[in-house]
Design a protein around this ligand. Structure first.
Ligand SMILES: Cc1ncc(COP(=O)(O)O)c(C=O)c1O
Length: 397
């Protein structure tokens, strides 16, 4: 194997295996309850599966480059209603292979070698890789939890990170893994900075419908639309992370650029899955699905928070998304990686060490933290809660 290393590009030289592969393997090896990777362990709703069955027999050939019209139209309609704008499906929407490809294509479309892109820590781990693969330079600004457990964006630090080389900032609201939902004041401050430095806001909103406080798109704030590309997908909202259907929405010129990159990445997105996604989004707008989803996840969040109260872990209450960050300072640990390696073996639960979501210089900020996913069945959450109580008896790493 090692003889092949010499052929690797410099672009990928700093990449390793994702943290999820390691901890999913550990979960399987030790038959631990997997609160690691963020995918639901329960079935999607029946109408979602039915939409997939119906689409499977009709649409088998390439879709148009911008996306299947039925899907682009429903995305445009939904975003138009939110923004109070009349978006045009062809001009303002690009359908992509999940949010993942929307992020990659956006970066390829906007970033030149040497351009700086601001990332907030903890970050979703694709962001630095996307910036690096485009030849850009990630600039990191950490979010920090205050004593009440709220994650604070230090505006002075953010302002200092912007300069003449800044091309973009990636925002993620609701935020993975902190659960922070950015306020209107925070979004407005980011928009002001983007205008001042002629930068674009790439807003990853894949958890837009899993928010326990009102979610705001950056594009709906004054001055936000013309400076932003909003990215979302079907996976989290409908418990179908394997479908990999997503979209980028924004002003005509920006979407044109994303499309030019997209046409040479996948060219188009799987047609039956686009058709099924269009049907699902159309039905969800009418069947009160989003309110039910919020209630479902609020219940799961509260089950996990109640269980954590019986342990020495101190949960930071998330405002959105499907992760809880917990503080393990009360235990005698060597760090978050040591804890997450020991948990499946000694306790039978798998979590993710959040230091994986920080740059090297800032990793120490996460050494007393761990991330637990609550997109799991109630039985799994309750059993995990029971098992985590074993952390009490002189647990150390
Ligand atoms: C913040 C964030 N963005 C993007 C994605 C990827 O979305 P998709 O599966 O639609 O590519 C995820 C998945 O975990 C995520 O948490």
């Amino acid at each position: 194997m090692s003889t092949h290393r010499q052929f690797n590009s410099k672009r990928i030289a700093s990449f390793g295996e994702t943290v999820f592969a390691k901890y999913t393997r550990l979960a399987q090896e030790h038959k631990a309850i997997n609160l690691g990777q963020g995918f639901p362990d329960f079935e999607p709703p029946a109408f979602v599966l039915e939409a997939l069955r119906a689409a499977s027999t009709t649409f088998q050939q390439y879709a148009p480059l911008p996306g299947l019209p039925a899907l682009s139209e429903v995305v445009a309609k939904t975003m138009s209603a939110r923004l109070g704008l009349g978006l045009k499906p062809e001009e303002n929407v690009q359908i992509t292979v999940g949010a993942t490809e929307a992020l990659f294509a956006t970066m390829q479309a906007l970033i030149d070698p040497g351009d700086e892109v601001i990332l907030l820590e903890p970050f979703y781990d694709a962001y630095p890789a996307d910036v690096l693969m485009a030849g850009g330079v990630p600039k990191y600004v950490p979010l920090l939890p205050d004593v009440t457990g709220r994650w604070i964006l230090d505006l002075a630090e953010l302002t200092a990170a912007f300069n003449a080389k800044t091309k973009a900032i990636i925002l993620n609201t609701p935020h993975n893994p902190s659960g922070k939902v950015f306020s209107s004041d925070e979004l407005d401050a980011i928009i002001r900075l983007a205008h001042k430095h002629n930068a674009i806001i790439i807003s990853d909103e894949v958890y837009e419908h899993i928010s326990f406080v009102p979610h705001l798109s950056v594009a709906q704030r004054p001055g936000g639309w013309e400076r932003s590309i909003t990215i979302s997908s079907i996976g989290k909202t409908f418990s179908v992370t394997g479908w990999k259907v997503g979209w980028a929405v924004g002003p005509k010129e920006l979407i044109r650029a994303v499309r030019l990159a997209h046409q040479w990445i996948p060219f188009v997105v799987a047609t039956p899955l686009q058709e099924a996604s269009a049907s699902v989004l159309t039905q969800a707008a009418k069947n009160d699905y989003y309110a039910k989803l919020r209630r479902l996840y609020q219940g799961k969040r509260d089950t996990l928070l109640a269980a954590l109260k019986q342990t020495p872990l101190k949960a930071l209450v998330p405002q959105g998304g499907y992760f809880v960050i917990a503080d393990s300072s009360a235990l005698d640990l060597k760090g978050d990686v040591a804890l997450c390696e020991a948990l499946p073996v000694q306790v039978g639960v798998t979590a993710i060490p959040p230091s994986a979501f920080y740059s090297k210089d800032h990793r120490h900020l996460a050494k007393h933290l761990l991330r637990l996913a609550f997109c799991k069945s109630d039985e799994a959450l309750q059993e995990a809660g029971q098992r985590l109580q074993n952390l009490r008896e002189g647990f150390k790493t």
